[in-house]
Design a protein around this ligand. Structure first.
Ligand code: URP
Ligand code: ZN
Ligand code: ZN
Length: 468
C-alpha cells in the first residue's frame, strides 16, 4: 500500500518545508516537492493543503491499567492507546511495575500481558523499581538488553515506591555499567508526609491540602539531591513530571555545570494551578504528584522549554474516575488516588498554548512532543521525524481547527476532564501508525491490536556524554 500525503507543510524539529510525503508499506519512502508531478504514484492520496504533516507524537509517560491508591487507573491499554491516537499520539511508553518482593521479570510479564494485542499504537515500557535488592540490580542488565532501558525510582511515596538514597545511588551506578537511564520521581516524600499528616490531623482534609502539603521546595531539594547522586555515580539522570521552579532551578544549575541532567514537564503544570484544587472536593479531580503549583511557576516552566532545560512534555496520564475512584479520599485527601487524564489532549494543548500562544515555535512543539522523546528513549530515526526510512507514524494536523475539550467528547475512559470547557486551536485530522490510517473523520479505523511492542536502544551512555 502506497499513500501520498500531498500539499502539506512538513514540520520537523529541525525545520519546516512545503513537501509531499510518500508512504510505502510501514515506512516513509520519500519526502519532496510535488511528488506526483515527478511521476510518483500511490494507491491513495490524502490532501493536506493548509495542514501540517508532523511526526506522530510520543508520550513517554503513561500509566495504563495500573494499581495505585487502592484502585486501578481507569484506561486500559486498549482505551488509552485509542484515545492517544485521537490526539495525534502514535507511541506511548508506559511504566511496568516491579511488585514489592517480586522481580523485574514479574513486572514485565504482567505488563506484556496487559498490553499485548490491545494497543492501537506502538508502545514501549520503562521499568518502575520498587524494591532495590542485589538480585534486582543484577536483573537490570538483562532488562536493558530486552529493550526496556529506563528505570524509574522514587524519593516519594514512602512505603510504596520509595527508595532511600543508597538504593538510588546503587541503581545509578548499575546504569553506568549497563547503559540504562535512571528516571527519578523527585519529591521529598518523608518530609511531605510530615506536613500532610499535620494538615490532616488538624482537620484540613480537603483535596487542596494535598497541594499545599507537597511544598515546591520538597521537589527542589529532591531534584538537587538525585542530580548530585547522579554526579557522584557519573550517571545521567532524567527527572519525570517536573512541576516547579524550584526543581527546574536544580536542573538548570546542573546543566550549567555540565551535568547530563534531563527533565520532562507535563501539560497540567503548564496550564493548571493550585487554584484548581480549591473548590471543595472538586479539587480531587486535580490531585496528582507532584501537585499543581501556584500559577507563577508556569512562566518558569515555559521558559525551561524554550531554553531546553526541559526537553520533553509527557502527560503522566494516570486517570481515575471522579465518581467511584477519586472519592475514596472524600474524607481525607491522603486517600485520593493520585493522577490525571491527559493522553488525548497533550498535543492540542501544547499547540494552542505553545504555538498559537507564541511561546513555542511549531518546530519546538514537534520537538518536545515527539522528536526529543524519540532521541532520549532509543527511537531516534525510527520515530519522531518525517524522513525517508522512518516509521510512517504521521499526523495531518489542522493548525486552524478549534474544538472545546470535554469529557462528553473525549475518548479516554474517565468521567471527567481537567480541561472541561477549554477551547483549543489545532487538531489531528488524519493519524497514521506505520502506514495504516488509524484515525480519520473523527473515527478510529485501525485494526485492533495494531500496535507493536518497541524494543528500544539504551541511551544512558550517550546521554552521559551529552551526545544525544
Ligand atoms: O500523580 C501521579 N503522578 N500519579 C502517577 C504515579 C507517578 O508518580 O507518576
Ligand atoms: Zn511519579
Ligand atoms: Zn507517572
Amino acid at each position: 500500500m502506497r499513500t501520498l500525503i500531498a500539499n502539506g507543510t512538513v514540520v520537523n524539529a529541525g525545520g519546516s518545508a512545503e513537501a509531499d510525503v510518500l508512504v510505502d508499506g510501514e515506512t516513509i519512502a520519500l519526502v519532496g516537492h510535488d511528488l506526483a508531478a515527478a511521476g510518483v504514484t500511490a494507491d491513495r492520496t490524502i490532501d493536506a493543503t493548509g495542514k501540517y504533516v508532523i511526526p506522530g507524537a510520543i508520550d513517554a509517560h503513561t500509566h495504563f491499567d495500573m494499581p495505585f491508591g487502592g484502585t486501578m487507573s481507569k484506561d486500559t491499554f486498549e482505551t488509552g492507546t485509542r484515545a492517544a491516537a485521537f490526539g495525534g499520539t502514535t507511541t506511548i511508553i508506559d511504566f511496568a511495575i516491579q511488585p514489592k518482593g517480586g522481580s523485574l521479570r514479574d513486572g514485565i510479564d504482567a505488563w506484556h500481558a496487559k498490553a499485548e494485542g490491545q494497543c492501537a499504537i506502538d508502545y514501549g515500557f520503562h521499568m518502575i523499581v520498587s524494591d532495590v535488592r542485589d538480585d534486582v540490580l543484577a536483573e537490570m542488565d538483562g532488562v536493558v538488553a530486552e529493550g526496556i532501558p529506563e528505570f524509574k525510582l522514587f524519593t516519594a511515596y514512602p512505603g510504596v515506591f520509595y527508595s532511600d538514597d543508597g538504593s538510588i545511588f546503587r541503581a545509578m551506578q548499575r546504569s553506568v555499567d549497563n547503559g540504562g537511564l535512571i528516571m527519578m520521581h523527585a519529591e521529598n516524600g518523608i518530609a511531605i508526609d510530615v506536613v500532610a499528616n499535620q494538615n490532616a490531623e488538624s482537620g484540613h482534609t480537603e483535596p487542596y491540602y494535598h497541594g499545599v502539603s507537597r511544598y515546591p521546595i520538597f521537589e527542589g531539594e529532591a531534584a538537587n539531591r538525585v542530580i548530585r547522586l547522579a554526579e557522584a555515580a557519573n550517571a545521567a539522570v532524567y527527572i519525570v513530571h517536573l512541576s516547579s521552579r524550584d526543581a527546574l532551578d536544580a536542573v538548570r544549575e546542573a546543566r550549567d555545570r555540565g551535568t547530563p541532567a534531563y527533565a520532562e514537564t507535563c501539560p497540567q503544570y503548564l496550564f493548571l494551578s493550585l487554584d484548581d484544587m480549591g473548590n471543595g472536593f472538586e479539587g480531587a479531580k486535580f490531585v496528582c504528584s507532584p501537585p499543581l503549583r501556584p500559577k507563577d511557576h508556569q512562566a518558569a516552566l515555559w521558559q525551561g522549554l524554550q531554553s531546553d532545560d526541559l526537553q520533553v512534555v509527557a502527560t503522566d496520564h494516570c486517570p481515575f474516575d471522579f465518581h467511584g475512584q477519586k472519592d475514596l479520599g472524600r474524607a481525607d485527601f491522603r486517600r485520593i488516588p493520585n493522577g490525571l487524564p491527559a493522553v488525548e489532549d497533550r498535543l492540542d494543548l501544547l499547540h494552542d498554548g505553545g504555538v498559537v500562544g507564541g511561546r513555542l515555535s511549531r518546530e519546538r512543539w514537534v520537538e518536545v512532543c515527539s522528536t526529543a522523546p524519540a532521541r532520549l528513549f532509543g527511537l531516534a530515526g525510527r520515530k519522531g521525524v518525517v524522513a525517508p526510512g522512518a516509521d510512517a507514524d504521521l499526523v495531518v494536523y489542522d493548525p486552524a481547527r478549534r474544538h472545546v475539550i470535554s469529557a462528553a467528547t473525549h475518548h479516554m475512559a474517565v468521567d471527567y476532564s481537567c480541561y472541561e470547557g477549554r477551547a483549543v486551536q489545532g487538531g489531528s485530522d488524519v493519524v497514521l501508525s506505520r502506514g495504516t490510517v488509524i484515525v480519520e473523520d473523527g473515527q478510529y479505523c485501525g485494526p485492533k491490536g495494531h500496535g507493536r511492542f518497541l524494543r528500544r536502544q539504551p541511551t544512558g551512555e550517550a546521554l552521559r556524554r551529552g551526545a544525544v
